[in-house]
Design a binder for this molecule. Structure first.
Ligand code: AMP
Length: 193
């Protein structure tokens, strides 16, 4: 299997790029944010439990998130690999992911981080909020709060994989195609070493 983590702050373009990269490598795209939004939309028990957390831009507790991610990964027959988007969001999630993949005889191959400055992030998400229907995309305070959660809790995940020589950063500002190319180059370069 070939497993990629697409990393970066909210609004850095992970979802957009994931659609391009998953096709290129024939991977299953798993976005924990999308999985949670599905639960919200369908007003499931889980959806009701996490609604206020997501609206506040906080992280859903690890126990719930990791359980959901595990079930999703295990639901595929003979996958070629996974493209994870929005997971792991902290070091505990990263360790649990590594443990799960190890049990499957697999590993995270590479983490690609999209580098986008905070002001650009805020503008992009406010723009997305005009059509996304996401309440967490409409309020600048919540957006800045999500960015802070990223800086405080999620950024250490980069170091975690960097220590394993698996992390790469690409410039996340530019045309969509240009950024896809940077990601593909970074993956290929990483695979060569
Ligand atoms: P995203 O679409 O990735 O920006 O995620 C939207 C929201 O879903 C986040 O602000 C969190 O509330 C929740 N969420 C998504 N992924 C995770 C995760 N790995 N751990 C905890 N909460 C998450």
């Amino acid at each position: 299997m070939f497993n990629i983590i697409l990393f970066g702050p909210p609004g850095s373009g992970k979802g957009t790029q994931a659609k391009i990269i998953e096709e290129k490598y024939d991977l299953h795209h798993i976005s924990t944010g999308d999985l949670f939004r599905y639960e919200l939309k369908n007003e499931t028990e889980l959806g009701k439990k996490i609604k206020h957390i997501m609206e506040a831009g906080e992280l859903v507790p690890d126990k719930i998130t990791i359980e959901m991610l595990k079930n999703k990964i295990l639901s595929f027959d003979n996958p070629k690999g996974f493209l994870l988007d929005g997971f792991p969001r902290n070091n505990n999630q990263a360790k649990e992911l590594d443990k799960l993949l190890e049990e499957l005889g697999e590993e995270v191959n590479v983490l690609i981080s999209l580098d986008v400055p905070e002001e650009e992030i805020v503008q992009r998400i406010l723009n997305r909020g005009k059509t996304s229907g996401r309440s967490d995309d409409n309020d600048e305070n919540i957006i800045r709060g999500r960015y802070k959660v990223y800086m405080d809790q999620t950024l250490p995940v980069y170091k975690y994989y960097e220590n394993k020589n698996k992390a790469r950063t690409v410039n996340g500002v530019g045309d969509i195609d240009e950024i896809s190319n940077r990601i593909l180059c970074a993956v290929e370069e990483h695979n060569k070493k």
